[in-house]
Design a protein around this ligand. Structure first.
Ligand code: AP5
Length: 211
C-alpha cells in the first residue's frame, strides 16, 4: 500500500508516519530526512538542496523526483511506503503518478493532516530534533540526548521564525493545490483533524485508512 501524507509544516506528518509505518509494516520515506542526510554527508544532492531548505523554500522538483525514483524502485518499498512530505507540488504529484504507473503501482490513500497556524508555529518554534535519527521532540533543550539513539538534540535552521513564516506561505502557495490535484484525479483525500494528542491523531488516521 502506498500512502501519501500531506499537511503543513509542523502538522505531525513525521510523527504519524513513524506510527503508521510501525503499525502497517511498511517503511516511512521522508524526503526531508533524505535531504538532511544528503546535506550532512555533503553529497551533490545535499549541496544543491541546502540553501533552499535553510530558507524554507522547496527544493527543485527534479531533485525530489530523483529521490522518489530511487526509493520507489528499491526492494525496500516492494510492499509499499508511507510518503511523508514527499509530494509538495503538482508536478511532483503528477511525476510520482507516472513513475508508479510504469512499475504497475499507484497511490492507494492520501491523508491530509489539518492543524491551525498558531498551533503549527508553537510546535515548530519549540521543536528540537535528533542530529542522528532525526526524531522530533517538544520542550526538550538543544544539547540534551535523544531517547531513541542517544544522539544530540539540535534546533533545525528552518525552525527559525522567518523560515517558519516562509514555509507556511510556501505550503499555501505550492502544496495546498496538490489536494485538489488528487481530488481531480479521483483520489479521496482523507482529512484528519490533527490538533489533538499524538495517539488520538494516530487512531483517527488508522480509522480513516480502514486499518
Ligand atoms: P520536512 O522535514 O519534511 O519539513 P516539513 O514538511 O516542514 O515538516 P516538519 O518536519 O517541519 O513537520 P511535520 O509535519 O513532519 O511534523 P513533526 O512530526 O515533525 O522538509 C524540510 C525541507 O526539505 C522543506 O522545507 C523543503 O525545503 C525540503 N523538502 C522536503 N520534501 C520536499 C519536497 N517533496 N519537495 C520540495 N522540497 C522538499 O512534528 C512537528 C513538532 O510537533 C514536533 O516537535 C512533534 O513532536 C510535535 N507534534 C507532532 N504531533 C503533535 C501533536 N499531535 N500534538 C502536539 N505536538 C505534536
Amino acid at each position: 500500500m502506498i500512502i501519501v501524507l500531506l499537511g503543513p509544516p509542523g502538522a505531525g506528518k513525521g510523527t504519524q508516519a513513524d506510527k503508521l509505518a510501525a503499525r502497517l509494516g511498511i517503511p516511512k520515506i521522508a524526503t526531508g530526512d533524505v535531504l538532511r542526510a544528503a546535506v550532512r554527508d555533503g553529497t551533490k544532492r545535499g549541496r544543491e538542496a541546502k540553501s533552499y531548505m535553510d530558507r524554507g523554500d522547496l527544493v527543485p522538483d527534479s531533485v525530489i523526483l530523483g529521490i522518489l525514483q530511487d526509493v520507489m524502485t528499491s526492494p525496500a518499498t516492494k510492499k509499499g511506503a508511507i510518503l511523508d512530505g514527499a509530494v509538495r507540488t503538482v508536478p511532483q504529484a503528477n511525476g510520482l503518478g507516472v513513475m508508479l504507473d510504469e512499475i504497475g503501482k499507484k497511490v492507494d490513500k492520501v491523508l491530509l493532516f489539518d492543524v491551525d497556524d498558531d498551533e503549527l508555529v508553537k510546535r515548530l518554534s519549540t521543536r528540537t530534533v535528533c542530529e542522528g535519527c532525526q526524531a522530533p521532540y517538544m520542550g526538550r533543550d538543544p544539547g540534551t540526548s535523544c531517547e531513541k539513539c542517544g544522539g544530540k538534540l539540535v534546533r533545525r535552521k528552518d525552525d527559525e521564525p522567518e523560515a517558519i513564516r516562509n514555509r507556511l506561505e510556501v505550503y499555501r502557495r505550492q502544496t495546498a493545490p496538490v489536494v485538489d490535484w488528487y481530488r481531480d484525479h479521483k483520489k479521496k483525500v482523507l482529512k484528519i483533524d490533527a490538533d489533538a494528542p499524538v495517539d488520538d491523531v494516530t487512531a483517527r488516521a488508522v480509522e480513516a485508512l480502514g486499518k
